[in-house]
Design a protein around this ligand. Structure first.
Ligand SMILES: Nc1nc2c(c(=O)[nH]1)N[C@H]1C(S)=C(S)[C@@H](COP(=O)(O)O)O[C@H]1N2
Ligand SMILES: [Mo]
Length: 322
């Protein structure tokens, strides 16, 4: 089992970015030196994020060649500025309204075109894989971005264990449905469950991970606890949160934002500064946590991961398959 039952730490005890480059030192001091994560958020008293509960420490191997050395956003930024419509539409809703969500115990069902299928406890599901740190850029289709030090496991390594058949051409993902714990699901702004999908080649690509933590602790509820996808060269909406089902399919699976607005959101959703959203430009992005409003910077094709992933799309018209 990889998620250690180390002494629980409260989010208010975490001093992540301060010691980001000295992980061991950070973990040693995490229980002692609190900088008041939530207190520092500048929220009014009636606007306080919910206590996201226990965040447990993870054993994480850092130093991945896939990590960017750009400055990561603070854990406070990452936890307080979220998209997770199951908890509401406002960026602050997931932090404020996810306190009742229970990310443990958790199980993931694997089905479809594979030799091994079934429902697995999360610890068994991720257990065989060492957790790696991957510091990735996250580019939302809404034209803001962050840098997030995820902790996770390569999706491809996990999928191989289930021996997909030759008919498996895509991988579909589904988020949990729990209207009692997820107030946004009681209001039907989107058709839930939230669903997403990747081609098999995208799913097997070494950049694609299942994240189970951030900054060396288990994922906060608002960031997709206990397990979410991270596909750094695609718009953030592909990185589906709180996954309960993974299905190997022969046909391209439906995806939530494509179903909601097919002209605005395609299946591929590769970050591309030259393919504008019908209602706004994708040429630049606002980096959350810089400057007063966030400094604008140019957006890069495939979110800067073109060297690794461009060959996946050889011969594909990126305007047509947006
Ligand atoms: N189930 C689910 N997954 C989701 C979303 C959502 O609303 N529901 N929002 C997506 C969008 S639009 C983005 S930008 C990222 C944001 O991840 P973060 O809030 O952890 O930064 O999550 C994605 N995954
Ligand atoms: Mo997004």
């Amino acid at each position: 089992m990889i998620i250690r039952q180390a002494p629980d730490i409260r989010p208010s005890e975490i001093t992540p970015e301060a010691d980001f480059r000295g992980r061991r030192e950070f973990l040693r001091r995490a229980g002692v030196a609190g900088m008041g994560l939530l207190a520092g958020s500048g929220c009014a008293a009636d606007d306080k994020p919910a206590d996201p509960g226990e965040l447990r420490r993870l054993d994480v191997a850092s130093g991945s060649p896939f990590s960017t050395d750009e400055a990561p956003n603070s854990l406070e930024d990452i936890m307080s500025y979220c998209n997770f419509y199951e908890f509401g539409l406002d960026k602050r809703d997931p932090a404020k309204l996810s306190g009742d969500f229970q990310p443990r115990p958790w199980s993931v069902t694997v089905d479809g075109e594979a030799e091994v299928t079934g429902t697995f406890d999360l610890d068994d599901f991720i257990g065989p894989h060492p957790i790696e740190e991957r510091v990735y850029r996250l580019r939302c289709v809404e034209a803001w971005s962050m840098v997030v030090p995820w902790n996770g496991i390569p999706l491809g390594d996990v999928l191989k264990r289930f021996k997909p058949t030759s008919r498996a051409k895509y991988v579909a993902f589904e988020t949990v449905v729990r209207p009692e714990e997820m107030p946004g699901q009681r209001r039907g702004v989107l058709d839930f469950p939230y669903v997403e999908g990747l081609t098999m080649a995208e799913a097997m690509h070494p950049l694609t991970i299942l994240a189970v933590g951030v900054y060396g602790v288990t994922l906060p509820n608002q960031n997709g606890a206990p397990i979410r996808l991270v596909v750094p060269w695609k718009y953030g909406f592909k990185s589906i949160k709180s996954i309960v089902r993974i299905s190997f399919t022969e046909k391209e699976p439906p995806t939530t934002w494509n179903l909601a607005a097919p002209r605005e959101y395609g299946f591929y959703a590769n970050v591309n500064p030259e393919v504008d959203h019908p209602r706004w430009s994708q040429a630049s992005e606002r980096r959350v946590g810089t400057g007063f409003f966030g400094d604008r910077q140019p957006t890069v094709l495939f979110n800067g991961y073109g060297e690794q992933v461009a060959s996946l799309y050889d011969g594909l018209d990126l305007r047509k398959f947006f």
